[in-house]
Ligand binder design. Structure first.
Ligand code: ZN
Length: 322
Protein backbone atom coordinates (compact mmCIF):
# COMPACT_ATOMS: atom_id res chain seq x y z
CA UNK A 1 0.00 0.00 0.00
CA UNK A 2 1.74 3.14 -1.15
CA UNK A 3 0.69 6.60 -2.17
CA UNK A 4 2.88 8.63 -4.47
CA UNK A 5 2.60 12.33 -5.23
CA UNK A 6 3.98 13.58 -8.55
CA UNK A 7 4.04 17.27 -9.43
CA UNK A 8 3.25 17.43 -13.15
CA UNK A 9 3.42 21.22 -13.44
CA UNK A 10 4.16 24.01 -10.98
CA UNK A 11 3.70 27.33 -12.82
CA UNK A 12 1.25 29.95 -11.64
CA UNK A 13 -1.04 32.03 -13.86
CA UNK A 14 -2.23 31.22 -17.38
CA UNK A 15 0.69 32.76 -19.31
CA UNK A 16 3.02 30.05 -20.62
CA UNK A 17 6.60 30.31 -19.38
CA UNK A 18 9.70 28.41 -20.42
CA UNK A 19 10.87 25.76 -18.00
CA UNK A 20 7.71 25.13 -16.00
CA UNK A 21 4.46 23.38 -16.91
CA UNK A 22 1.06 24.66 -15.87
CA UNK A 23 -0.40 23.62 -12.54
CA UNK A 24 -1.19 19.92 -12.30
CA UNK A 25 -0.44 17.18 -9.79
CA UNK A 26 -0.98 13.43 -9.75
CA UNK A 27 -1.53 10.95 -6.95
CA UNK A 28 -0.91 7.26 -7.47
CA UNK A 29 -2.74 5.29 -4.77
CA UNK A 30 -2.13 1.56 -5.00
CA UNK A 31 -1.74 1.85 -8.75
CA UNK A 32 -4.85 4.00 -9.23
CA UNK A 33 -4.09 7.41 -10.73
CA UNK A 34 -5.81 10.64 -9.76
CA UNK A 35 -5.02 14.05 -11.26
CA UNK A 36 -5.57 17.38 -9.54
CA UNK A 37 -5.96 20.23 -12.04
CA UNK A 38 -5.03 20.07 -15.71
CA UNK A 39 -2.90 23.09 -16.46
CA UNK A 40 -0.80 23.72 -19.54
CA UNK A 41 1.10 20.64 -20.71
CA UNK A 42 -0.38 18.25 -18.15
CA UNK A 43 -1.04 15.34 -20.57
CA UNK A 44 2.59 15.43 -21.75
CA UNK A 45 3.84 15.76 -18.17
CA UNK A 46 1.68 12.78 -17.22
CA UNK A 47 3.40 10.70 -19.90
CA UNK A 48 6.86 12.03 -19.03
CA UNK A 49 6.30 11.00 -15.41
CA UNK A 50 5.76 7.43 -16.59
CA UNK A 51 2.13 7.39 -15.48
CA UNK A 52 -0.35 5.05 -17.14
CA UNK A 53 -3.37 6.57 -18.89
CA UNK A 54 -5.26 3.28 -18.56
CA UNK A 55 -5.05 3.71 -14.79
CA UNK A 56 -6.39 7.27 -14.73
CA UNK A 57 -9.55 7.09 -12.62
CA UNK A 58 -10.52 10.62 -11.78
CA UNK A 59 -9.61 14.28 -12.20
CA UNK A 60 -10.28 16.87 -9.50
CA UNK A 61 -10.55 20.52 -10.52
CA UNK A 62 -9.90 23.15 -7.87
CA UNK A 63 -11.57 25.92 -9.89
CA UNK A 64 -12.38 26.76 -13.45
CA UNK A 65 -9.74 29.35 -14.36
CA UNK A 66 -8.01 28.35 -17.58
CA UNK A 67 -4.62 27.76 -15.93
CA UNK A 68 -6.27 24.88 -14.00
CA UNK A 69 -8.48 23.37 -16.70
CA UNK A 70 -6.95 24.39 -20.04
CA UNK A 71 -5.60 20.92 -20.82
CA UNK A 72 -8.58 18.98 -19.46
CA UNK A 73 -9.72 18.29 -23.04
CA UNK A 74 -6.32 16.78 -23.85
CA UNK A 75 -6.25 14.74 -20.64
CA UNK A 76 -9.52 13.15 -21.72
CA UNK A 77 -9.15 12.99 -25.49
CA UNK A 78 -5.48 12.18 -26.19
CA UNK A 79 -5.47 8.83 -24.36
CA UNK A 80 -8.96 7.86 -25.50
CA UNK A 81 -7.64 5.16 -27.84
CA UNK A 82 -6.00 3.16 -25.04
CA UNK A 83 -8.94 3.29 -22.65
CA UNK A 84 -10.17 -0.20 -23.43
CA UNK A 85 -9.23 -3.78 -22.68
CA UNK A 86 -10.48 -7.18 -23.81
CA UNK A 87 -13.79 -6.55 -22.07
CA UNK A 88 -14.50 -3.28 -23.87
CA UNK A 89 -14.12 0.32 -22.77
CA UNK A 90 -12.56 1.05 -19.39
CA UNK A 91 -14.82 2.78 -16.88
CA UNK A 92 -15.15 6.48 -17.78
CA UNK A 93 -12.71 8.99 -16.31
CA UNK A 94 -14.58 10.85 -13.58
CA UNK A 95 -14.19 14.61 -13.37
CA UNK A 96 -15.06 16.39 -10.13
CA UNK A 97 -15.06 20.15 -9.74
CA UNK A 98 -16.91 23.28 -8.76
CA UNK A 99 -20.58 23.77 -9.53
CA UNK A 100 -22.04 26.84 -11.19
CA UNK A 101 -21.86 29.87 -8.89
CA UNK A 102 -25.17 31.20 -7.61
CA UNK A 103 -24.67 34.40 -9.57
CA UNK A 104 -22.24 35.84 -12.06
CA UNK A 105 -19.80 37.92 -10.00
CA UNK A 106 -19.70 41.64 -10.52
CA UNK A 107 -16.53 43.65 -11.02
CA UNK A 108 -15.71 47.16 -9.95
CA UNK A 109 -14.53 50.39 -11.56
CA UNK A 110 -11.01 49.05 -12.23
CA UNK A 111 -11.60 45.36 -12.89
CA UNK A 112 -14.74 44.80 -14.89
CA UNK A 113 -15.91 42.97 -17.97
CA UNK A 114 -16.95 44.73 -21.14
CA UNK A 115 -18.37 41.79 -23.05
CA UNK A 116 -20.27 38.95 -21.40
CA UNK A 117 -19.38 35.75 -23.20
CA UNK A 118 -22.22 33.28 -23.60
CA UNK A 119 -24.85 35.34 -21.74
CA UNK A 120 -27.25 32.38 -21.65
CA UNK A 121 -24.74 30.47 -19.45
CA UNK A 122 -22.02 32.95 -18.43
CA UNK A 123 -20.57 30.94 -15.50
CA UNK A 124 -20.73 27.23 -16.35
CA UNK A 125 -19.83 24.63 -13.74
CA UNK A 126 -17.84 21.44 -14.12
CA UNK A 127 -20.65 19.34 -15.58
CA UNK A 128 -21.34 22.14 -18.07
CA UNK A 129 -17.64 22.40 -18.94
CA UNK A 130 -17.23 18.68 -19.57
CA UNK A 131 -20.45 18.61 -21.59
CA UNK A 132 -19.19 21.45 -23.74
CA UNK A 133 -15.80 19.78 -24.22
CA UNK A 134 -17.48 16.60 -25.45
CA UNK A 135 -19.83 18.61 -27.67
CA UNK A 136 -16.99 20.75 -29.01
CA UNK A 137 -14.97 17.68 -29.93
CA UNK A 138 -17.96 15.79 -31.37
CA UNK A 139 -16.24 15.69 -34.76
CA UNK A 140 -13.27 13.83 -33.30
CA UNK A 141 -15.44 11.54 -31.18
CA UNK A 142 -17.84 10.71 -34.00
CA UNK A 143 -15.39 10.54 -36.90
CA UNK A 144 -12.12 9.13 -35.62
CA UNK A 145 -13.68 5.72 -34.77
CA UNK A 146 -14.41 5.32 -38.49
CA UNK A 147 -10.69 5.16 -39.24
CA UNK A 148 -9.18 3.81 -36.01
CA UNK A 149 -10.08 1.36 -33.30
CA UNK A 150 -11.54 3.49 -30.53
CA UNK A 151 -13.50 2.59 -27.41
CA UNK A 152 -17.16 3.62 -27.30
CA UNK A 153 -17.16 7.41 -26.95
CA UNK A 154 -20.04 7.11 -24.51
CA UNK A 155 -17.57 5.67 -22.01
CA UNK A 156 -15.14 8.59 -22.22
CA UNK A 157 -16.03 10.66 -19.17
CA UNK A 158 -18.53 11.26 -16.36
CA UNK A 159 -18.61 14.58 -14.54
CA UNK A 160 -19.87 15.65 -11.13
CA UNK A 161 -20.33 19.09 -9.60
CA UNK A 162 -19.00 19.07 -6.05
CA UNK A 163 -21.78 20.18 -3.68
CA UNK A 164 -21.16 23.44 -1.88
CA UNK A 165 -19.86 22.86 1.67
CA UNK A 166 -22.25 23.78 4.46
CA UNK A 167 -21.31 26.05 7.35
CA UNK A 168 -21.61 25.23 11.04
CA UNK A 169 -22.87 27.69 13.65
CA UNK A 170 -19.28 28.76 14.31
CA UNK A 171 -18.93 29.70 10.67
CA UNK A 172 -16.56 26.83 9.89
CA UNK A 173 -17.20 24.62 6.89
CA UNK A 174 -18.08 20.96 7.11
CA UNK A 175 -15.89 19.38 4.41
CA UNK A 176 -17.82 17.72 1.59
CA UNK A 177 -17.06 14.06 0.90
CA UNK A 178 -16.29 13.97 -2.83
CA UNK A 179 -15.21 10.35 -3.14
CA UNK A 180 -14.92 7.48 -0.71
CA UNK A 181 -14.15 3.86 -1.38
CA UNK A 182 -11.90 1.16 0.01
CA UNK A 183 -8.65 2.91 -0.74
CA UNK A 184 -9.22 6.62 -0.74
CA UNK A 185 -11.37 9.28 0.86
CA UNK A 186 -11.46 12.70 -0.81
CA UNK A 187 -12.92 15.71 0.98
CA UNK A 188 -13.16 19.33 -0.07
CA UNK A 189 -13.75 22.79 1.32
CA UNK A 190 -14.35 26.05 -0.47
CA UNK A 191 -11.39 28.43 -0.35
CA UNK A 192 -11.03 32.13 -1.11
CA UNK A 193 -9.73 33.03 -4.56
CA UNK A 194 -11.10 36.46 -5.33
CA UNK A 195 -14.23 36.24 -7.44
CA UNK A 196 -13.55 32.62 -8.47
CA UNK A 197 -16.47 31.13 -6.51
CA UNK A 198 -16.60 28.31 -5.81
CA UNK A 199 -12.89 27.46 -5.59
CA UNK A 200 -11.99 24.24 -3.81
CA UNK A 201 -9.18 22.63 -1.82
CA UNK A 202 -8.99 18.83 -1.64
CA UNK A 203 -7.74 16.40 0.97
CA UNK A 204 -6.86 12.81 0.07
CA UNK A 205 -6.73 10.31 2.93
CA UNK A 206 -5.16 6.98 2.04
CA UNK A 207 -3.82 4.02 3.97
CA UNK A 208 -0.30 5.36 3.45
CA UNK A 209 -1.00 8.93 4.54
CA UNK A 210 -2.75 12.17 3.71
CA UNK A 211 -2.11 14.86 1.11
CA UNK A 212 -3.87 18.20 0.79
CA UNK A 213 -4.00 20.47 -2.26
CA UNK A 214 -4.71 24.12 -1.53
CA UNK A 215 -5.78 25.13 -5.00
CA UNK A 216 -5.57 28.90 -5.26
CA UNK A 217 -6.49 30.73 -2.09
CA UNK A 218 -5.69 33.58 0.21
CA UNK A 219 -4.99 32.46 3.79
CA UNK A 220 -8.09 30.45 4.63
CA UNK A 221 -9.17 29.01 8.00
CA UNK A 222 -11.19 26.20 6.42
CA UNK A 223 -8.16 25.06 4.43
CA UNK A 224 -6.09 25.09 7.63
CA UNK A 225 -8.77 22.94 9.30
CA UNK A 226 -8.98 20.60 6.30
CA UNK A 227 -5.20 20.12 6.29
CA UNK A 228 -4.88 19.34 10.03
CA UNK A 229 -2.19 16.73 10.60
CA UNK A 230 -1.74 15.87 6.92
CA UNK A 231 1.58 14.41 5.83
CA UNK A 232 1.97 16.75 2.87
CA UNK A 233 0.38 20.11 2.06
CA UNK A 234 0.82 21.06 -1.61
CA UNK A 235 0.29 24.80 -1.53
CA UNK A 236 0.35 27.60 -4.08
CA UNK A 237 2.71 30.48 -3.41
CA UNK A 238 3.07 34.04 -4.65
CA UNK A 239 5.65 36.73 -3.99
CA UNK A 240 3.70 39.98 -3.99
CA UNK A 241 6.80 42.00 -3.17
CA UNK A 242 8.45 40.71 -6.35
CA UNK A 243 5.37 41.67 -8.34
CA UNK A 244 5.43 45.16 -6.79
CA UNK A 245 9.09 45.55 -7.77
CA UNK A 246 8.20 44.51 -11.31
CA UNK A 247 5.50 47.02 -12.02
CA UNK A 248 2.23 45.61 -10.66
CA UNK A 249 0.32 48.67 -9.42
CA UNK A 250 -1.53 49.07 -6.12
CA UNK A 251 -4.99 47.97 -7.32
CA UNK A 252 -3.36 44.95 -8.94
CA UNK A 253 -1.48 44.05 -5.76
CA UNK A 254 -4.59 44.42 -3.61
CA UNK A 255 -6.38 42.13 -6.04
CA UNK A 256 -3.55 39.59 -5.92
CA UNK A 257 -3.64 39.59 -2.10
CA UNK A 258 -7.30 38.52 -2.25
CA UNK A 259 -6.43 35.76 -4.71
CA UNK A 260 -3.26 34.18 -3.35
CA UNK A 261 -1.25 33.22 -0.29
CA UNK A 262 2.01 35.13 -0.16
CA UNK A 263 5.39 33.52 0.46
CA UNK A 264 5.53 35.32 3.82
CA UNK A 265 2.24 33.66 4.89
CA UNK A 266 2.41 30.07 3.64
CA UNK A 267 4.76 28.82 6.39
CA UNK A 268 2.30 30.03 9.00
CA UNK A 269 -0.50 28.16 7.22
CA UNK A 270 1.55 24.93 7.26
CA UNK A 271 2.47 25.43 10.92
CA UNK A 272 -1.11 26.00 12.01
CA UNK A 273 -2.24 22.97 9.98
CA UNK A 274 0.52 20.93 11.71
CA UNK A 275 1.48 19.17 8.49
CA UNK A 276 4.78 17.35 8.18
CA UNK A 277 5.88 18.71 4.83
CA UNK A 278 4.97 21.82 2.86
CA UNK A 279 5.48 21.44 -0.90
CA UNK A 280 5.34 24.72 -2.84
CA UNK A 281 3.71 24.89 -6.24
CA UNK A 282 1.85 27.20 -8.63
CA UNK A 283 4.55 29.85 -8.36
CA UNK A 284 3.91 33.51 -9.01
CA UNK A 285 6.17 34.70 -10.60
CA UNK A 286 6.19 31.48 -12.62
CA UNK A 287 9.50 31.88 -14.44
CA UNK A 288 12.03 29.48 -12.85
CA UNK A 289 14.85 32.01 -13.11
CA UNK A 290 12.87 34.80 -11.40
CA UNK A 291 13.33 33.28 -7.93
CA UNK A 292 15.40 30.15 -7.31
CA UNK A 293 14.12 27.04 -5.51
CA UNK A 294 16.34 27.60 -2.47
CA UNK A 295 15.12 31.17 -2.12
CA UNK A 296 11.45 30.14 -2.36
CA UNK A 297 11.94 27.39 0.22
CA UNK A 298 13.94 29.57 2.61
CA UNK A 299 11.38 32.34 2.64
CA UNK A 300 8.32 30.05 2.72
CA UNK A 301 9.74 28.05 5.63
CA UNK A 302 9.61 31.00 8.02
CA UNK A 303 7.34 30.17 10.95
CA UNK A 304 7.04 26.50 9.99
CA UNK A 305 8.65 23.73 12.06
CA UNK A 306 8.26 20.98 9.45
CA UNK A 307 10.00 20.38 6.14
CA UNK A 308 9.57 22.93 3.35
CA UNK A 309 10.26 21.82 -0.22
CA UNK A 310 10.24 24.02 -3.29
CA UNK A 311 8.24 21.90 -5.73
CA UNK A 312 9.41 21.56 -9.32
CA UNK A 313 7.96 19.72 -12.29
CA UNK A 314 8.50 16.00 -11.81
CA UNK A 315 9.05 16.12 -8.03
CA UNK A 316 7.87 12.91 -6.35
CA UNK A 317 7.00 12.10 -2.75
CA UNK A 318 6.15 8.62 -1.54
CA UNK A 319 3.96 8.06 1.51
CA UNK A 320 4.38 6.96 4.18
CA UNK A 321 7.05 9.66 4.59
CA UNK A 322 10.37 8.29 5.84
ZN1 ZN B 1 -4.27 29.49 -10.56
Amino acid sequence: MATELVLLGTAGAPMPVAGRGGISSALVIDGRVFVIDCGRGSPSAFASAGLDFTRLEAIFLTHLHADHVGDLPGMLLYPWGVRADGNGPLPPVRVYGPSRPRALPQGDAIFHRQTTICPELPAPGTVDLVGHIVAGFAYHLNVMPLDSYMPDAGALVRSTDVAAPTFSESGAQAPVVVLEDGGVRVTAVAVTHGRAVPALAYRFDTAAGSIVFSGDTSVNEDLIALAQGADVLVHQVADLEYLARHGVDQPGLARMAALHTDVTQVGGVAERARVRELVLTHYLPAEPDAIGDAEWARRAAQGFGGTTTAGRDGLRRTLPLG
